[in-house]
Write a protein that binds this ligand. Structure first.
Ligand code: NAD
Ligand code: IPM
Ligand code: MN
Length: 364
């Protein structure tokens, strides 16, 4: 079987981190005899510059014809004042919605070698391993009516039964294979939409009685994430809260440059680092490629159904960090400061070692 991979490098550091991801993907695919075909497409600000739209039908159709999409990052100051529907970010939202990618999985775990890179204390962090299930195709990101005029701006936060049920089921099912705990994060003390969310989550919980469920208000959850992140296993939440909480959770790992994500639906899958286009460091070969490489690990687990290969990629990331290689965002004294491309090459070397050790060879 040959998998079709669509690559959307995007803007800013997007192309730099995509390069690293693709090199890792190619290396591993060759190693295990996985057949892949790649096609690159413009999306985001670069597409607007070339085509006057951030997402062409050709790019979207390529995604419809894919087994997996990898996205670097989109956006930047240059496109900030465009009308909403022409912004780079609108393209990303349209892809997520069009492909039905309702389940956004954002794992945050601590690599021991990075325990000093975070602004949080090591004893608070050690052993943290949580995953955020963010609803990705509903909520205030997509609700109608929306708009602004001279005097006011408005958005609509709405969730249907089906939208809450399907993401809740995913979160409970995964919790079952982990520590068996789900924290559903809402704002049910203020928002009717959250009261509804809570009711449906509890209904779905009836199907998963062996999993422990607790509810938490989002303001408290943000605080608890930095106070005692170990208390969390699976966090289940709506689109906007998941966006914010995942950037908070990034500091558990030491940097936004470490956090990967998988966005899954019934038919399609998209993998992307959680971070943005980082205009402040774009084009300088400084970006941390590990979030992108870890997103490729998720692609092996979810799209290729080879979780053991996904784990090997994570092992290679850990090994590279244990060899003290650090990009600027995770650098601390005594470590070796490296560029994006050197970090990429060091991960490739570590991968070779991990594969050697695990005796992974051609399987198909
Ligand atoms: P950002 O994530 O781009 O950057 C925030 C901070 O983190 C910056 O200081 C940046 O240098 C640093 N950072 C991010 N990724 C890094 C990496 N891999 N290595 C090292 N440092 C890294 O967020 P922002 O500055 O708020 O947004 C910039 C643009 O990116 C905006 O246009 C925004 O809309 C867009 N954005 C896109 C995505 C996406 O494409 N998925 C996600 C978030 C933001
Ligand atoms: C993310 C990003 C996006 C979001 C933006 C760029 C549309 O911040 O993936 O976390 O808000 O979902
Ligand atoms: Mn975000």
């Amino acid at each position: 079987m040959k998998y079709k991979i669509v690559l959307l490098p995007g803007d800013g550091i997007g192309p730099e981190v995509t390069d690293a991801a693709v090199k890792v993907l190619q290396f591993v695919a060759e190693k295990i005899g996985l057949e892949l075909s790649f096609s690159y497409h413009l999306m985001g600000g670069c597409s607007y510059d070339a085509n006057e739209t951030p997402l062409t039908d050709a790019t979207l159709n390529a995604c419809y014809d894919s087994d997996a999409v990898f996205l670097g990052a989109v956006g930047g100051v240059k496109w900030e004042s465009l009308p909403h529907h022409l912004k780079p970010e609108a393209a990303l939202l349209k892809i997520r919605k069009s492909l039905g990618l309702f389940s956004n999985i954002r794992p945050a775990k601590v690599y021991n070698a990075l325990i000093d890179a975070s602004s949080l204390r090591p004893e608070v962090l050690s052993g943290t391993d949580l995953v955020i299930f963010r609803e990705l195709t509903g909520g205030i990101y997509f609700g109608e009516p929306r708009g602004y005029d001279e005097h006011k701006g408005w958005n609509t936060l709405v969730y249907s039964t089906e939208e809450v049920e399907r993401i809740a089921r995913k979160a409970f099912a995964v919790a079952r294979q982990r520590s068996g705990r789900v924290t559903s994060v809402d704002k049910a003390n203020v928002l009717e939409s959250s009261q509804f969310w809570r009711k449906i989550v509890h209904q779905v919980h009836e199907e998963f009685r062996d999993v422990k469920l607790n509810d938490m208000y989002v303001d408290n959850a943000a605080m608890q994430l930095v106070r005692n992140p170990k208390q969390f296993d699976v966090i289940l939440t709506q689109n906007l809260f998941g966006d914010i909480l995942s950037d908070v959770a990034a500091m558990i790992t030491g940097s936004l440059g470490m956090l990967p994500s998988a966005s899954l639906g019934e038919k399609y899958a998209l993998y992307e680092p959680v971070h943005g286009s980082a205009p402040d460091i774009a084009g300088q070969n400084k970006a941390n490629p590990l979030a992108s490489i870890a997103s490729i690990a998720l692609m092996f687990s979810y799209t290729f159904n080879l979780p053991e290969i996904g784990l090997s990629i994570e092992d290679a990331i850990a090994k590279t960090l244990e060899k003290n290689f650090r990009t600027a965002d995770i650098f601390s004294e005594g470590m070796t400061l490296v560029s994006t491309t050197v970090m990429r090459d060091e991960v490739l070397k570590s991968l070779e070692e991990v594969f050697e050790k695990n005796k992974i060879t051609v399987t198909s």
